[in-house]
Write a protein that binds this ligand. Structure first.
Ligand SMILES: NC(=O)c1ccc[n+]([C@@H]2O[C@H](COP(=O)([O-])OP(=O)(O)OC[C@H]3O[C@@H](n4cnc5c(N)ncnc54)[C@H](OP(=O)(O)O)[C@@H]3O)[C@@H](O)[C@H]2O)c1
Length: 181
Protein backbone atom coordinates (compact mmCIF):
# COMPACT_ATOMS: atom_id res chain seq x y z
CA UNK A 1 0.00 0.00 0.00
CA UNK A 2 1.36 3.40 -0.92
CA UNK A 3 -1.20 5.40 1.02
CA UNK A 4 1.09 8.08 2.33
CA UNK A 5 3.57 8.53 -0.47
CA UNK A 6 3.17 10.80 -3.45
CA UNK A 7 4.84 10.43 -6.82
CA UNK A 8 5.41 13.74 -8.57
CA UNK A 9 6.51 13.82 -12.19
CA UNK A 10 8.71 16.89 -12.55
CA UNK A 11 10.05 17.99 -15.91
CA UNK A 12 11.06 21.08 -17.80
CA UNK A 13 9.53 21.22 -21.28
CA UNK A 14 9.78 23.64 -24.17
CA UNK A 15 6.68 25.53 -25.21
CA UNK A 16 6.19 22.99 -28.02
CA UNK A 17 6.37 20.01 -25.68
CA UNK A 18 9.93 18.66 -25.88
CA UNK A 19 12.14 17.83 -22.90
CA UNK A 20 15.39 17.34 -24.79
CA UNK A 21 16.90 18.20 -28.13
CA UNK A 22 18.03 15.36 -30.38
CA UNK A 23 21.66 16.18 -29.61
CA UNK A 24 20.91 16.28 -25.84
CA UNK A 25 22.07 19.89 -25.56
CA UNK A 26 20.41 21.96 -22.88
CA UNK A 27 21.33 25.40 -24.16
CA UNK A 28 17.61 26.15 -24.52
CA UNK A 29 17.17 25.93 -20.73
CA UNK A 30 17.91 28.87 -18.53
CA UNK A 31 20.24 27.17 -16.08
CA UNK A 32 21.40 30.36 -14.43
CA UNK A 33 20.40 30.48 -10.80
CA UNK A 34 17.20 28.40 -10.84
CA UNK A 35 14.26 30.71 -11.51
CA UNK A 36 13.81 34.29 -10.52
CA UNK A 37 11.15 34.85 -7.96
CA UNK A 38 7.63 34.35 -9.24
CA UNK A 39 4.26 34.76 -7.60
CA UNK A 40 5.35 32.45 -4.80
CA UNK A 41 8.87 31.66 -3.73
CA UNK A 42 8.84 28.18 -2.29
CA UNK A 43 11.73 26.80 -4.38
CA UNK A 44 14.24 25.90 -1.66
CA UNK A 45 11.56 24.56 0.66
CA UNK A 46 10.17 22.32 -2.06
CA UNK A 47 13.59 20.89 -2.86
CA UNK A 48 14.29 20.17 0.81
CA UNK A 49 11.04 18.25 1.10
CA UNK A 50 11.99 15.69 -1.58
CA UNK A 51 12.77 12.29 -0.03
CA UNK A 52 13.81 10.42 -3.15
CA UNK A 53 14.43 10.94 -6.87
CA UNK A 54 13.62 8.34 -9.50
CA UNK A 55 15.12 8.52 -12.98
CA UNK A 56 15.65 6.52 -16.14
CA UNK A 57 19.15 5.35 -17.01
CA UNK A 58 19.56 7.84 -19.85
CA UNK A 59 18.72 10.75 -17.58
CA UNK A 60 21.18 9.30 -15.04
CA UNK A 61 23.97 9.16 -17.62
CA UNK A 62 23.23 12.67 -18.80
CA UNK A 63 23.16 13.97 -15.21
CA UNK A 64 26.60 12.46 -14.59
CA UNK A 65 27.93 14.24 -17.67
CA UNK A 66 26.39 17.59 -16.77
CA UNK A 67 27.10 17.59 -13.04
CA UNK A 68 25.01 15.74 -10.46
CA UNK A 69 21.96 17.86 -9.59
CA UNK A 70 20.38 15.59 -6.94
CA UNK A 71 22.76 16.26 -4.07
CA UNK A 72 22.76 13.60 -1.34
CA UNK A 73 19.09 12.78 -1.70
CA UNK A 74 18.49 9.04 -2.26
CA UNK A 75 18.15 8.35 -5.99
CA UNK A 76 16.80 5.26 -7.74
CA UNK A 77 17.86 4.67 -11.34
CA UNK A 78 15.73 2.34 -13.45
CA UNK A 79 17.81 0.26 -15.85
CA UNK A 80 18.06 -3.24 -17.26
CA UNK A 81 21.82 -2.86 -17.67
CA UNK A 82 24.61 -3.30 -15.17
CA UNK A 83 25.66 0.29 -14.66
CA UNK A 84 28.51 1.32 -12.44
CA UNK A 85 27.50 3.02 -9.24
CA UNK A 86 29.15 6.38 -8.97
CA UNK A 87 27.53 7.66 -5.81
CA UNK A 88 26.66 6.30 -2.40
CA UNK A 89 23.10 7.59 -2.65
CA UNK A 90 22.30 5.82 -5.93
CA UNK A 91 20.51 2.46 -6.15
CA UNK A 92 19.63 0.65 -9.36
CA UNK A 93 16.34 -1.09 -10.06
CA UNK A 94 15.32 -3.39 -12.85
CA UNK A 95 11.88 -4.90 -13.31
CA UNK A 96 8.24 -4.16 -12.76
CA UNK A 97 7.56 -0.47 -12.03
CA UNK A 98 4.49 -1.05 -9.87
CA UNK A 99 6.59 -3.32 -7.68
CA UNK A 100 9.26 -0.65 -7.55
CA UNK A 101 6.70 1.78 -6.17
CA UNK A 102 4.85 -0.57 -3.84
CA UNK A 103 7.78 -2.52 -2.42
CA UNK A 104 10.85 -0.32 -2.67
CA UNK A 105 9.71 3.31 -2.68
CA UNK A 106 6.42 3.67 -0.83
CA UNK A 107 7.53 1.92 2.38
CA UNK A 108 10.61 4.15 2.63
CA UNK A 109 9.79 7.53 1.12
CA UNK A 110 6.93 9.96 1.31
CA UNK A 111 7.70 12.65 -1.27
CA UNK A 112 9.03 10.89 -4.37
CA UNK A 113 10.06 12.88 -7.44
CA UNK A 114 10.17 11.20 -10.81
CA UNK A 115 12.43 13.49 -12.81
CA UNK A 116 12.43 11.87 -16.25
CA UNK A 117 13.21 11.23 -18.85
CA UNK A 118 10.40 10.93 -21.33
CA UNK A 119 10.53 7.15 -21.55
CA UNK A 120 10.32 6.48 -17.82
CA UNK A 121 7.76 9.28 -17.27
CA UNK A 122 5.51 7.81 -19.95
CA UNK A 123 5.83 4.33 -18.43
CA UNK A 124 4.78 5.64 -15.01
CA UNK A 125 1.83 7.53 -16.56
CA UNK A 126 0.72 4.48 -18.52
CA UNK A 127 0.62 2.46 -15.28
CA UNK A 128 -1.28 5.19 -13.40
CA UNK A 129 1.60 5.62 -10.93
CA UNK A 130 1.86 9.43 -11.13
CA UNK A 131 -0.03 11.38 -8.46
CA UNK A 132 1.12 14.89 -9.35
CA UNK A 133 2.66 16.62 -12.36
CA UNK A 134 4.87 19.68 -11.96
CA UNK A 135 5.54 20.96 -15.42
CA UNK A 136 7.98 23.81 -15.90
CA UNK A 137 7.45 25.39 -19.31
CA UNK A 138 10.45 27.13 -20.83
CA UNK A 139 9.95 30.11 -23.13
CA UNK A 140 11.49 28.37 -26.15
CA UNK A 141 10.29 26.27 -29.06
CA UNK A 142 12.65 23.49 -30.16
CA UNK A 143 11.03 22.24 -33.35
CA UNK A 144 11.93 18.63 -32.65
CA UNK A 145 13.41 16.39 -29.97
CA UNK A 146 12.14 14.10 -27.26
CA UNK A 147 8.39 14.43 -26.65
CA UNK A 148 7.37 14.94 -23.04
CA UNK A 149 4.11 13.02 -23.28
CA UNK A 150 4.84 11.06 -26.49
CA UNK A 151 2.89 7.86 -26.09
CA UNK A 152 1.61 7.20 -22.63
CA UNK A 153 -1.51 5.56 -24.12
CA UNK A 154 -3.75 6.63 -21.29
CA UNK A 155 -6.38 9.30 -20.76
CA UNK A 156 -6.56 11.01 -17.41
CA UNK A 157 -8.00 14.23 -16.05
CA UNK A 158 -5.78 16.44 -13.92
CA UNK A 159 -6.77 19.34 -11.73
CA UNK A 160 -4.69 22.49 -11.55
CA UNK A 161 -3.27 23.02 -8.05
CA UNK A 162 -0.96 25.94 -8.71
CA UNK A 163 0.54 28.10 -11.44
CA UNK A 164 3.61 30.24 -10.97
CA UNK A 165 4.97 32.68 -13.55
CA UNK A 166 8.64 33.59 -13.24
CA UNK A 167 10.27 36.78 -14.43
CA UNK A 168 12.55 34.91 -16.81
CA UNK A 169 9.51 33.71 -18.75
CA UNK A 170 9.22 30.24 -17.20
CA UNK A 171 5.80 29.06 -16.01
CA UNK A 172 5.31 26.20 -13.58
CA UNK A 173 2.03 24.32 -13.63
CA UNK A 174 1.20 21.88 -10.83
CA UNK A 175 -1.52 19.32 -11.29
CA UNK A 176 -3.04 16.65 -9.09
CA UNK A 177 -4.59 13.49 -10.40
CA UNK A 178 -8.27 13.63 -11.32
CA UNK A 179 -10.61 10.82 -12.33
CA UNK A 180 -9.68 8.50 -15.20
CA UNK A 181 -11.61 9.20 -18.44
N1 LIG B 1 13.79 18.58 -19.54
C1 LIG B 1 13.80 17.81 -18.47
O1 LIG B 1 13.24 18.14 -17.41
C2 LIG B 1 14.47 16.48 -18.53
C3 LIG B 1 14.32 15.60 -17.45
C4 LIG B 1 14.95 14.37 -17.51
C5 LIG B 1 15.66 14.01 -18.63
N2 LIG B 1 15.79 14.87 -19.67
C6 LIG B 1 16.53 14.46 -20.87
O2 LIG B 1 15.86 13.37 -21.47
C7 LIG B 1 16.84 12.50 -22.05
C8 LIG B 1 16.65 11.08 -21.50
O3 LIG B 1 15.31 10.68 -21.59
P1 LIG B 1 14.86 9.30 -22.29
O4 LIG B 1 13.38 9.32 -22.44
O5 LIG B 1 15.69 9.11 -23.51
O6 LIG B 1 15.35 8.20 -21.26
P2 LIG B 1 15.05 7.90 -19.69
O7 LIG B 1 13.58 7.84 -19.47
O8 LIG B 1 15.87 8.81 -18.86
O9 LIG B 1 15.70 6.44 -19.53
C9 LIG B 1 15.17 5.36 -20.27
C10 LIG B 1 15.80 4.07 -19.79
O10 LIG B 1 15.26 3.71 -18.52
C11 LIG B 1 15.31 2.30 -18.38
N3 LIG B 1 14.05 1.60 -18.14
C12 LIG B 1 13.99 0.38 -17.57
N4 LIG B 1 12.74 -0.03 -17.43
C13 LIG B 1 11.98 0.93 -17.94
C14 LIG B 1 10.59 1.04 -18.09
N5 LIG B 1 9.73 0.12 -17.67
N6 LIG B 1 10.12 2.16 -18.69
C15 LIG B 1 10.97 3.10 -19.11
N7 LIG B 1 12.32 3.03 -18.99
C16 LIG B 1 12.81 1.94 -18.40
C17 LIG B 1 15.89 1.77 -19.68
O11 LIG B 1 17.27 1.71 -19.36
P3 LIG B 1 18.32 0.65 -19.93
O12 LIG B 1 18.36 0.95 -21.42
O13 LIG B 1 19.56 1.04 -19.20
O14 LIG B 1 17.81 -0.69 -19.60
C18 LIG B 1 15.59 2.87 -20.66
O15 LIG B 1 16.44 2.85 -21.79
C19 LIG B 1 18.19 13.09 -21.74
O16 LIG B 1 18.58 13.91 -22.81
C20 LIG B 1 17.91 13.95 -20.53
O17 LIG B 1 18.82 14.98 -20.36
C21 LIG B 1 15.20 16.11 -19.63
Amino acid sequence: MRMRSTITLHVVASLDGFIAKKDNSISWMDTSDVYEKGVTDDGAEVLQSIDCYVLGSRTYEHALELGWPYGDTPTVVVTNRKLSCTRRTVEFYSGDLKRLVDEMLAPRYRNIWLVGGAMLGQSFLRLGLVDEIRLMIAPATLGDGLHLFGDSATEQKWHLKNAVAYRNGYVELSYGRGPRL
